[in-house]
Unconditional design. Sequence first.
Length: 213
Amino acid sequence: MKKLFIRLLIALVILVILGVIAVGLFLDAGIKRGVETVGPMLTKVTVKLDSVNLSLLSGSGKIKGLVLGNPEGYKTPFAIQVGQASLALKPGSLLSDKIVIKSVDVQAPEITYETNLKQSNLGKIIATLQAGSGGQTEPAAQPNAAKAGKKLQVDDFSISGGKIHISITVMGGKSVTVPLADIHLKDLGQGPDGITAGELTKKVLQAIETQAV
């Protein structure tokens, strides 16, 4: 009886571990699929993500190989490329209406600022996000848009070690690379309403565009 109990206990532990791994794999794949599906809907440019690794127990995770493409008509290969970013969130918030992200740390991103001195690639993406978040949306459509998807709260968002490739089309596409000053945003989406993924992306891009200009 004792041996049977021990075997049942071992089997139960194995099942729990396999369950956690399965949920983790499903969650990671779900985040990757969500980013590559919702991202283009919000920005109207291609969004690619190599991998996501998120621990359900600790709430810590890493994102690798994130690439935000350029709007149509721009010639540089990408707008933003991130090799790696780390994040920490409250695991329990994944089941609530608002996901609480304690920190996001984006390391050594490469940003391309392509401009014809009238409009830039980043400016066009920001304008698209502005339209999608209600800046140019009919009032009747806003309640439905507000209900779509989970809201976010980001306590700390930092970008460090980045660089900007500045390309001016009227100068034959010549570019120059300069360091990107560190960016630090705090207390985004505080309160019950939170912030949408589109609004968060817009705030980050606005901070990057300010540095580029």
